[in-house]
Design a protein around this ligand. Structure first.
Ligand SMILES: Cc1ncc(C[n+]2csc(CCOP(=O)(O)OP(=O)(O)O)c2C)c(N)n1
Ligand SMILES: [Mg+2]
Length: 1005
């Protein structure tokens, strides 16, 4: 029996136009297959079939207006159901949590029986030590008899009870200033410590030698020794035991190396035979081939570095979203879950960057147990201590614990274990707790006797504790981050952790082993030169088998291939699957979608008005029907889907939510209901441009990090794009990201009401500075479609190392049919849109981009009709691309003075055309000025220099002098300056259009 397919609840919309009919009578369709697409003045949405069956009759055609309940088609099936959206049951692999029943013996006392003591902090003195001891003994006995889990349970119950009774409990953000893992719980490293120590020594030496050698060549080159010196053990333990490389059996762990510890990575790669000594000699000399880049830059060393990290703060946020994106790919079934981890090495000073801590909440919320941060807490940054007056490790512990991370502190090395075991009174821990980082730094700069006096000496009992130790022994009391046993135990624990991300806070010494020249002193960071004496000291400190002469020549040390060190080093990496870091890609291209998908956008929209944003969203909807492209699209939005008319995506492809949807959304009855899903496709990032951009980077580099080509499309308010997250965009370029950035609501006068902070008149210029960013400012939907299609082809089929920035507008207008033969021009940056040549007299070349092209078109009509001026109208889709072509052509001509002069594309377009050039855009004049040098014609540019402000589009364009009236008047004036017409026409126009000549230049207002 045939059933009706009707329009479901579409919110407040009525009389909405049918813009696509996606089925025909006789079609066999499945439940949820789209039947028609409807479009309001802001957004388009597909209406899915409520049933599986065969389409019998179509009741609508393109252009019909429909409302809730309108019948679209009839379908023949067995058990038609009323058109009502189902609440989707979301799959989850997780067990349904059972509600814990309190045990009878663990039941809380009824609160009323407890005498409440409000707002009275804990007493500092122990008024009853016997009772205290009984409590501690009971705890110990529970731990012993019933295990630590039971003990934790009881403590939690007691704490709950205490809160209910109104007690003020101690601040539990931090734990004592000792290692999180007690010595008895440490898992021992299976490695050969002696060999590992020697390997580490050679790597340390070669890393330092590389920097010193480069600076002998030229002190301009720079480099860092102290940072890697403090982190060598942290890296080495990972390299020898934990980090699994990518190979044909495993996707590989991803390691974000701290940027300025790069020499250490090169030094290891040298021992591994991946880099030659000649390459090490080329450290920081990258202009000629073969040099090594100063920091991790995939652009410059595309087979080596994976992640650009040196702009501090970007590493942590990019890594968090990388870990999240890895889970996204797994949850969407696009890659296997292989237990891969993301390790991120950070400086303690770097943690002050807002971006470093800004996304840690997300990491905990999304339970990113594939993420491990290692913060190298050497207590110093560039100028001095990170927290001289307090303790950075404790502060970070508080922040991370508070956010829900698993925190592992690696503060003290094994030499401290015995002292801590002897510290029955807790005085040693008290002393450790009370010292501030400024003091800890001095201890390591001044030596054993100073530590005896100033650290242990504060309390006679502590002085006694170390009385049998020599100053040398005291000096040997090491820090956790330099102890491979402690580091191994911490990494091992981190690997086992589930349900939360882990941060390892490792205490180290900046410039470890550098002695008086650079160990724990404030100038360590910039130490890049070591004199002979320093080098000899460094060699002796780590027992590097080099003669004095070799040291003086600053030779690298590499043991013979047959040595046990070399065998061990290679065998370890072989076991872990290969070398790290290494950048490769085995991703398959995505076949560009068929032409038909874009054909609809090449036609005129007739009377129908729409914005380029709507055209783009329609295009994305259409692409979701292409079987190759659909699963790879990653729409990313920072809380603006409704602004851009993308809310239809919520229902269609779902919002990614790692826990599915635990609630029935308030709008569940509606077609565009807020649907969260574990396999959802949209990344709805909330009000978080930096996070959204980090997600985009993760998706845009999935081709190398996960060997799967993805097509991320990040749509944002253009003003909150490059301006807000410019440094991330630069890092994206370095990372060879491939994908689309869409600056929506673009144009200073096109986004009308929002005002100064919203109206973008320069994002195109910001984009132009990123060498591999291709940018466009299209006006019409066919331009958008042509550009988008080419972007897909270049990036995802041809795998070019570029990404696209396209501005999209929210002004609704009609779109003409694509003029013949303009594809090449659209992509190169300009094409002849129309000629208004019926008078055959004075002529002008009118160039416009974005919505201002429409003002230009209107001006052309007026000039023609009212003033008898002919014009050629050029649609400039990219002043940025035109400039690139111009620069390259000019350079070639200068390099080849004897050859025939080549013409820039701009020149070729305009050379045979008469009249001066009038160029206008909704961006500052600098945007269109870019092509001034590449034509020999007079050039007048108009733009929106100055602060935006809230008003109507008409008033704003008048204010910034880019409306059709100003363009007409200024064109007449320009023609008179060129002595092609008299001046009265312009003067009359100024009067006619009431242009106030006394008004100040808009940029001054
Ligand atoms: C955004 C940014 N600002 C400044 C710098 C310059 N810089 C490089 S290293 C450094 C100090 C690093 O201190 P820390 O994070 O503690 O690392 P450490 O070298 O101590 O391990 C600074 C300021 C940078 N690389 N990035
Ligand atoms: Mg530091």
């Amino acid at each position: 029996m045939a059933q009706n397919i009707a329009v479901p609840d579409i919110g407040d919309f009525k009389e909405v136009e049918v813009i696509e009919v996606l089925v025909k009578p006789g079609d066999q369709i499945n439940k949820n297959d789209p039947v028609v697409t409807i479009e309001s003045d802001k957004s388009s949405v597909e209406i899915p079939s409520p049933e599986t069956g065969k389409i019998k009759d179509l009741k609508v055609k393109i252009g019909d207006k429909v409302s809730e309940g309108s019948v679209l088609a009839t379908i023949e099936n067995n058990q038609a159901a009323p058109v009502k959206k189902e609440i989707v049951e979301h799959e989850t692999n997780e067990e349904v949590p059972t509600i814990e029943k309190p045990k009878t013996n663990g039941e809380l006392n009824p609160v009323k029986k407890v005498k409440k003591v409000f707002a009275e902090p804990a007493s500092k003195d122990d008024i009853d030590p016997v009772e205290t001891n009984e409590w501690i003994e009971s705890l110990n006995s529970v731990i012993e008899n019933d295990g630590s889990s039971r003990a934790s349970y009881l403590l939690n119950k007691v704490i709950d009870q205490a809160y209910k009774s109104g007690l003020i409990l101690p601040d539990t953000r931090t734990t004592p200033y000792i290692n999180t893992i007690p010595p008895e719980a440490e898992i021992k490293s299976p490695g050969d410590q002696n060999i590992e120590k020697r390997i580490r020594a050679y790597i340390r030496w070669n890393a330092a030698a590389m920097v010193v050698k480069a600076n002998k060549k030229s002190p301009e080159l720079g480099g860092h020794i102290g940072t890697f010196a403090s982190a060598a053990t942290l890296y080495d333990v990972g390299m020898n035991h934990f980090w699994r490389a990518k190979n044909n059996k495993f996707g590989g762990d991803l390691i974000y190396f701290q940027g300025h510890s790069a020499p250490g990575m090169y030094a290891r790669a040298f021992l591994e035979g991946r880099l030659t000594s000649k390459q090490l000699d080329g450290f920081r000399q990258e202009v000629n081939p073969g040099g090594l880049s100063s920091y991790p830059h995939p652009w410059l060393m595309p087979k080596f570095w994976q992640f650009p990290t040196v702009s501090m703060g970007l590493g942590p946020i990019m890594a968090i979203y990388q870990a999240r994106f890895l889970k996204y790919l797994i949850n969407r079934g696009l890659i296997k879950d292989e237990g891969r981890k993301i390790w991120v090495f950070l400086g303690d000073g770097e943690m002050d960057e807002p971006e470093s801590l800004g996304a840690i909440g997300l990491a905990a919320r999304e339970k990113l147990d594939n993420l491990i941060f290692v913060v190298n807490c050497n207590l110093q940054r560039l100028d001095g201590p990170v927290r001289g007056n307090s303790k950075i490790i404790q502060e970070l512990e508080g922040s991370f614990r508070g956010s829900g991370w698993n925190v592992i502190k690696v503060i003290w090395g094994s030499y401290w274990d015995q002292l801590l075991a002897k510290d029955k009174s807790g005085l040693l821990v008290k002393r450790m707790n009370e010292c501030v980082d400024g003091e800890y730094q001095v201890f390591k700069a001044k030596g054993g006797s100073y530590v005896r006096d100033k650290f242990f000496g504060k309390y006679p009992e502590l002085k006694m504790l170390v009385s049998s130790m020599t100053d040398k022994d005291i000096w040997k009391l090491n820090r956790g981050g330099h102890d491979p046993h402690k580091v191994y135990a911490a990494y091992n624990t981190a690997m086992q952790n589930t349900g939360s991300p882990t941060v390892i806070l490792a205490k180290t010494i900046k410039g470890y082993g550098m002695g008086k020249t650079g160990e724990s002193v404030n100038t360590t960071h910039q130490q890049k030169k070591l004199d002979e004496e320093d080098l000899l000291y460094y060699r002796d400190r780590f027992n590097v088998p080099l003669t004095d002469k070799q040291v003086k020549n600053i030779e690298y040390f590499k043991p013979s291939e047959n040595s046990e060190e070399m065998k061990y080093l290679k065998e370890r990496r072989l076991k872990l699957g290969g070398f790290i870091p290494e950048r490769s890609s085995f991703a398959k291209q995505i076949k560009a979608p068929s032409k038909d998908i874009f054909d609809a956008f090449m036609k005129s929209t007739g009377e129908k008005e729409m914005s380029t944003t709507m055209a783009l969203v329609r295009m994305m909807t259409a692409l979701l029907r292409d079987k190759n492209v659909a699963p790879r699209l990653v729409p990313i939005i920072p809380d603006e889907a409704r602004t851009f008319g993308m809310e239809g995506f919520f229902q269609k492809i779902g919002i990614y939510a790692h826990e599915g949807q635990k609630y029935e959304p308030v709008d569940s009855e509606q077609l565009s209901s807020y649907r969260e899903d574990k396999s959802g496709q949209v990344l709805e990032e909330g009000i978080n441009e930096a996070g959204a951009m980090s997600s985009w980077i993760a998706a845009a580099t999935a081709y190398t990090n996960h060997d799967i080509e993805m097509i991320p499309i990040y749509i944002f308010y253009s003003m909150f794009g490059f301006q807000r997250i410019g440094d991330l965009a630069w890092a994206a370029g370095d990372s060879q990201a491939r994908g689309f950035l869409i600056g929506a609501t673009a144009g200073r006068t096109t986004l009308a009401g929002e005002g100064l902070q919203h109206q973008d008149g320069h994002s195109q210029l910001l984009a132009s500075n990123i060498p591999n960013c291709i940018s466009y400012d299209p006006t019409f939907s066919y331009e958008m479609a042509t550009i988008f299609r080419e972007g897909l082809r270049r990036m995802h089929e041809k795998k070019e190392k570029v990404f696209y920035y396209i501005t999209a507008m929210n002004e609704n207008y009609t779109h003409p049919e694509k003029p013949k033969g303009c594809d090449e021009g659209i992509l190169k940056g300009m094409y002849l849109f129309k000629e208004n040549n019926n008078k055959g007299k004075t002529k002008v070349q009118l160039l416009g981009s974005g919505t201002i092209l429409r003002e230009i078109i209107a001006a052309s009509e007026i000039l023609n009709k009212e003033y008898g001026i002919d014009s050629d109208i050029w649609s400039v889709t990219s002043f940025n691309e035109l400039r690139r072509d111009g620069m390259e052509t000019e350079r070639l001509n200068l390099l080849n003075p004897n050859e025939k002069t080549k013409k820039s594309y701009v020149h070729k377009c305009l050379e045979k055309r008469d009249g001066p050039i009038i160029a206008a855009s909704d961006y500052t004049r600098a945007f269109s000025d870019q092509i001034r040098p590449y034509t020999d014609k007079s050039f007048y540019s108009f733009g929106t220099d100055g602060y935006g402000r809230s008003d109507t589009r008409k008033n704003l364009r008048k204010f910034f002098e880019v409306d059709k009236e100003h363009i007409v008047a200024y064109t007449l004036s320009a023609l008179s300056k060129e002595q092609l017409i008299g001046s009265d026409a312009a003067e009359k126009a100024f009067k006619k259009y009431k242009i106030n000549k006394d008004k100040d230049f808009p940029a001054n207002l």
